[in-house]
Design a protein around this ligand. Structure first.
Ligand SMILES: [Zn+2]
Length: 452
């Protein structure tokens, strides 16, 4: 009896040692990322926001050839800014304008040229794997088709555009395994048009975008300075994939998985990394694709099968969004810079940074992860394709209780392509697999599909 208790105790200690090991490995920060966190500058972010506001309006339908007012002036300034950052890193960025003519649409009365502006930091060992971080540089006042009114758009979305620029500046001084695209798009207020064009081109070219972040309204509006949610940024992620097939839906209805899309795993990854690196600020997971009645530039990406998430301030003040600048009965309306908290935006940039740097340093996600359903027994068999990353060390199998929101357990399984979790029924837990490199960098988790 006594020896059985001792054996049981030893077993328990072993299991928790494995879990603690996994936990500790997660907690060890990469010193280079810690350095980059400190380099993110609220002053630079403020300067970018004020510059974008100075163009009067950035409505997608506004002037394109006036050097001081309208969306064309903003486009050219952003291009020059990315170019300047590239010059500072010996031409390390490939800066591009992706122009296209948007035909008439709901909020496009006449065919209009839209121009996405972006800077590509090419990966060193896995350049075809891409992460995109984006903000929309267009703005609107009360009417989305009013191209003349002042539409400062300081928070919506000069703030998100400033995050792209600031991350380009800080991250371009380093090298990463995978490619990062720092982007600013127009046409968001006209129906997510710039982002949709980029996502469609990427789909046609079979570009492997493993993650897309949109930062939209990340100014931390000052009216909520004392909010209990102040030290967080909301991270919106869909549970059920927008591009789910009928067959996948049938499988999900049968055995669950509505909380485990690739976008949801990406959001969990962001939370893990921000918990690992940042003390006084973090990711607030919101388990929905977007807010009620609202959309964002991640949507055209998730609709095309790319993992995509949205960052937005924790509290929104609607008197400072999509408003003609005016005062009515003593209430000021308008999206002007004095309501933006540049420190808050810098913190959002840091959340993006720690996640992006970790993603682009880590190996690719494991591919074709399957959970073997044949044979009724109480073991869980997972299998996947062996990865090809040059610094791949192996894999971790993760699991959690089916009612738990985030992954709670992880165990390293070595450089293998299959793993059996003994005496753990696939019916009783959710499982996943992630890749790990020799430095300990981890990919997001992949949730398995039923396999034979
Ligand atoms: Zn917006």
């Amino acid at each position: 009896m006594k020896s059985r208790i001792v054996a049981l105790l030893v077993l328990c200690l072993c299991v928790s040692a494995v879990q603690i090991f996994a936990q500790k490995a997660k907690d060890k920060p990469d010193p280079e990322i810690t350095k980059m966190i400190k380099e993110v500058s609220p002053k630079n972010i403020e300067a970018t926001i004020r510059k974008l506001v100075s163009f009067g309006t950035r409505n997608t339908l506004s002037e394109q050839d006036n050097p001081t007012r309208g969306i064309g002036a903003a486009r050219d300034w952003l291009y020059a800014e990315f170019q300047k950052i590239s010059n500072d890193c010996g031409g390390c960025l490939d800066v591009q304008k992706q122009a296209f003519v948007q035909p008439k649409a709901n909020r496009i009365p006449e065919p209009t040229t839209l121009t996405n502006v972006f800077a590509i930091l090419k990966g060193t060992s896995d350049a075809t794997r891409v992460y995109v971080v984006s903000g929309h540089y267009d703005s609107m006042c009360t009417s989305p088709t009013d191209a003349k009114c002042d539409a400062p758009g300081a928070n919506d979305d000069a703030s998100g555009t400033a995050v792209s620029i600031e991350l380009a500046r800080v991250m371009s001084k380093r090298k990463f395994d995978a490619t990062i695209v720092f982007m600013a798009v127009p046409g968001e207020e006209q129906g997510l048009l710039g982002a949709a064009h980029y996502a469609e081109q990427a789909k046609q070219a079979k570009t492997n975008i493993e993650g897309m972040f949109t930062n939209d309204i990340v100014g931390g509006v000052t009216s909520f300075k004392n909010s209990p949610f102040r030290k967080r940024v909301r991270v919106f992620s869909e549970g059920v994939p927008s591009n789910e097939t009928e067959q996948e839906a049938a499988s999900r209805r049968s055995v669950g998985g509505e909380n485990d899309s690739a976008s949801r795993q990406l959001a969990r990854y962001v939370k893990e990394q921000s918990d690992r690196y940042l003390k006084d600020f973090g990711a607030w997971m919101i388990y929905r694709r977007d807010r009620y009645g609202r959309g964002g530039d991640h949507i055209p990406f998730v609709e095309r099968g790319f993992a995509g998430i949205r960052f937005t301030e924790s509290d929104e003040d609607y008197t400072h969004q999509h408003q003609n600048v005016r005062t009515v009965e003593g209430v000021f309306y308008g999206d002007t810079p004095e309501f933006v908290d540049f420190e808050y935006t810098a913190n959002v940039a840091r959340v993006n940074l720690v996640a992006l740097a970790s993603l682009a340093s880590a190996p690719a996600k494991p591919k074709n992860v399957g959970l073997v359903t044949g044979g009724l027994n109480n073991n869980t068999v997972l299998k996947w394709d062996a990865g090809t990353d040059v610094d791949l060390a192996g894999y971790e199998v993760v699991w959690r209780d089916t009612t738990t929101a985030e992954w709670t357990n992880a165990t390293p399984v070595g450089n293998v392509a299959t793993y059996t979790a003994k005496s753990m029924s696939k019916d009783n837990f959710f499982f996943g697999v992630r890749s790990v490199d020799r430095a300990g960098n981890k990919s997001p988790v992949v949730y398995p599909r039923p396999a034979r």
